[in-house]
Write a protein that binds this ligand. Structure first.
Ligand code: SF4
Length: 349
């Protein structure tokens, strides 16, 4: 192995790799054993708090007690999921993935680019030393360049012009990136891995929810939760119009909606006070759901990304021209946002 650290230390620095899970399993540190150990549970709760506060866990622990620290980190993830609060889980995943990058750049035994490429493989990122596919000027210009297969690059590159593939050297399907950008791609893939572990281990999360008294985390959950997801119609401004009700119903059934419908419901919910995370959650049932892309698109429409322009809710005329008005313009309003208010006025008169 190109990494110059023990397997236990590796599992401790990067507890959410596949090879870390395999290592812990070989050491007998499976969920039941960890849950039965009060000291490990305490350590997991502490890890959860540390991550949510965006502090880097002390790397010294990985030299002193690597197995316990790695096992506690994995339990901390299940606890974050067991809170059933998507904001807590997402903050934990985000913080842990940033810690991953910090350690990737800091730990002396893993600075060999071949070690980082090995870690990338564990995360499903197809990469190899850039020298194997490119030579000359590219190698001279970039700092420790790495070649990333274009499919992995597109999957993990942030949605930003800096990352557009057109601005990168590409040699026979391999995108050449400097080491710091490669580390950033790994950060994205690590975050996705963390969320994937939760999706694939619902039973384990359920067991943790039954075994650990989550009321002791009330303060954390309260501090890091945004407001609970509002149901349509509960948001400020009265009932939802038939067009938006129809889109919401289709979304909940997991139907594949056209872009126009996705755009319309997003603009509408933003104006009704929903935040980005709540809207991302709503799209989760869509057959082509991609969390990263959805979040970026919702943020873009909310004016929090890209051109920073918040989009208006399409008028009823526009909705009708898109085939999204089930009443054929019979609600007596010009914009779906006016519907709730109009209904409230009618009822009170
Ligand atoms: S008239 Fe306007 S508010 Fe009513 S369903 Fe059609 S688009 Fe929606």
């Amino acid at each position: 192995m190109a990494c110059n650290v023990s397997l236990g230390e590796l599992a401790c620095f990067f507890p959410f790799l596949d090879k870390s899970a395999a290592y812990l399993s070989r050491r007998g540190l499976l969920l039941d054993a960890v849950l039965a150990d009060g000291a490990l549970v305490e350590k997991a709760l502490e890890r959860l708090r540390t991550s949510l506060e965006r502090r880097l866990p002390n790397p010294r622990q990985c030299l002193d007690a690597p197995d316990a620290t790695a096992a506690a980190a994995r339990l901390a993830l299940y606890i974050a999921a067991a809170t059933k609060n998507p904001h807590v889980l997402r903050r934990f995943a985000d913080s842990e993935s940033k810690n991953f990058t910090a350690l990737l750049r800091k730990v002396p035994g893993i600075q060999d680019p071949r070690c980082k490429i090995e870690l990338a493989r564990d995360l499903g990122v197809n990469a190899r030393p850039a020298g194997e596919v490119a030579a000359g000027i590219i190698m001279a210009v970039y700092n420790s360049p790495v070649a990333v297969r274009w499919t992995s690059y597109l999957r993990y590159a942030p949605q930003d012009p800096y990352w557009a593939m057109i601005n990168r050297p590409v040699v026979r399907g391999w995108v050449i990136v400097p080491m710091e950008d490669f580390e950033r791609l790994l950060e994205e893939s690590y975050e996705e891995r963390i969320l994937q572990i939760v999706r694939e281990n619902e039973l384990a999360v359920g067991k943790v929810a039954m075994s650990i008294d989550l009321t002791q985390l009330e303060d954390v959950i309260k501090r890091y939760s945004q407001r609970p997801v509002l149901q349509a119609g509960q948001a400020t401004g009265g009932a939802d119009p038939p067009c938006m009700e129809a889109i919401l119903a289709a979304l909940k059934k997991g139907e594949n909606l056209p872009h126009t419908a996705r755009f319309a419901i997003t603009t509408y919910l933003i104006k009704r006070g929903w935040d980005v995370e709540q809207i991302v959650e709503l799209f989760r049932a869509s057959p082509d759901f991609n969390e990263k892309i959805t979040r970026y698109q919702v943020m873009h429409i909310a004016g929090q990304a890209g051109g920073r322009k918040e989009y208006a809710v399409p008028s009823c005329e526009t909705m009708n021209s898109w085939g999204l008005c089930p009443t054929n313009l019979r609600c007596g309003v010009k914009n779906p946002l006016q519907y709730g208010r109009r209904l409230a006025v009618k009822k009170s008169s």
